[in-house]
Design a protein around this ligand. Structure first.
Ligand code: HEC
Ligand code: HEC
Length: 361
């Protein structure tokens, strides 16, 4: 008992060190970020490169069938939900925003708002999950933001290039915010380093060995391997800041990722089943169970259901992992930037294969 308390205490001390440790040498850290994709001019071609590269947009959004949209709006044309590409859709959204705010939105204002303050308007059926792409770790510069908006505008509609290159009105308000962020150094990776560097190889084993204390792959995929209960972590380190990742592991209930809300279903036979709500149609629920299984439950068998506040992801990794093990896992997760082919799982049977019925869109 005393040992367990000591362990939790040590862990918290290490974690606090991790949060408060601030490196003095910002300069030594700023050279590394994705200089490979240099923008050549502010135009749609440069914007396309950013969309599929440094901007990480394509890790969440697709354009038609290009990209890997799993839980974010398609920015091209796709089925009934998105019959118009973003360039044209922006006109509809602008009209909606004008009604909501009483200000006159033009399509270009809407696009600058999407990037400048993603939480200002959240597309119906989605959650406020879009990162601030002009802050670290993505850290687009003001010119890169303009270029990516040029690319979005090139997907149909008729937004004049000049409105993007020389923003006025609402677009300018948001663009000024983006410029201010760049001027304050927010685009640079924050000088935030873990207490221990950790060993990514050891972390990889802990991650993929589902009988280990970590066993993250029971619920998470990297590439096309792993479990379907939680979100894919293929590019998590490329799209999320380290502090968020640390918090996601030690305090999973602090922020619940959209599409993975914990739900408790009570069946007519008195069974209580908790899981992530992967699908909720008039006919059935599809739940991701803590065991790593994915289960379909017919609505006709359900007595009632309610959303819970506690994540299906275990909240006790701070107790069961040692400080070293935690940092090893963290070191491995930090390699998951989505930039290169993900490292394969060490053993084929270590993680359950993705079930064939996994939702794709
Ligand atoms: C981590 C996932 C993620 C990343 C990365 C991301 N987005 Fe988004 N984006 C979302 C989500 C979720 C929404 C819907 C919720 C909302 O409206 O904020 C959204 C909404 C949008 C919309 C509004 C779509 C509509 O139908 O009106 C635009 C435009 C957009 N994103 C552009 C971008 C661009 C450009 C990038 C890259 C620079 C990007 N996003 C990166 C998750 C992401
Ligand atoms: C029993 C299933 C389960 C296990 C085991 C599990 N997770 Fe999770 N994880 C989830 C679920 C469900 C979510 C989404 C809900 C939430 O935000 O809490 C999540 C969310 C996350 C997120 C946030 C992802 C994002 O896109 O924002 C990270 C990072 C994460 N987990 C890392 C890990 C790591 C590392 C391990 C192993 C130490 C692990 N998880 C083990 C179920 C699990």
């Amino acid at each position: 008992m005393a040992k367990a308390v000591l362990r939790v205490f040590m862990f918290l001390v290490a974690l606090i060190c991790l949060y408060v440790y601030v490196g003095y040498t910002i300069t030594s850290m700023t050279g590394g970020f994705d200089k490979a994709v240099a923008v050549e001019g502010v135009n749609a071609e440069a914007g396309e490169q950013i969309f599929f590269g440094k901007g990480k947009c394509s890790t969440c959004h697709s354009i038609g069938d290009k990209g890997s949209a799993i839980r974010c709006p398609n920015l091209g044309v796709q089925g009934e939900q998105f019959p118009l590409a973003i360039g044209e859709r922006a006109a509809e959204r602008a009209a909606e925003r004008s009604k909501q705010t009483g200000k006159q939105y033009r399509p270009v204002d809407y696009l600058f708002e999407c990037v400048g303050e993603p939480g200002a308007y959240v597309v119906q059926g989605f959650k406020n999950e879009m990162p601030i792409v002009y802050q670290a770790p993505i850290g687009l510069t003001p010119d890169e933001v303009k270029a990516v908006i040029m690319f979005l505008a090139s997907q149909g509609g008729d937004i004049p290039a000049d409105q993007i290159l020389n923003p006025t009105g609402i677009a300018k308000e948001y663009f000024s915010k983006i410029e201010a962020a760049a001027a304050s150094g927010a685009t640079e990776a924050a000088p935030f380093e873990p207490y221990l560097p950790g060993d990514p190889e050891k972390g990889k084993n802990l991650f993929w060995d589902i009988s280990s204390k970590a066993g993250c792959a029971k619920c998470h995929t990297v590439g096309d391997k792993g479990g379907q209960v939680g979100p894919a972590l293929t590019s998590v380190a490329g799209t999320r800041v380290l502090k968020y990742i640390v918090e996601s592991i030690v305090k999973p209930s602090a922020v619940i990722v959209s599409g993975y809300e914990p739900v408790l279903v009570m069946t007519k036979t008195g069974e209580r089943i908790a899981g992530t709500k992967k699908e909720d149609t008039p006919e059935h629920f599809v739940l991701g169970l803590p065991s790593g299984e994915v289960k379909t439950i017919l609505k006709s068998d359900v007595e009632k259901s309610k959303i819970m506040e506690t994540s299906i992801m275990p909240g006790n990794f701070a107790e069961i992992l040692s400080v070293e093990e935690f940092h090893d896992v963290l070191a491995y997760v930090r390699t998951l930037t989505g930039e290169s082919a993900p490292p394969p799982a060490p053993a084929a049977e270590a993680a359950p294969a993705a079930p064939a019925e996994a939702p794709k869109s």
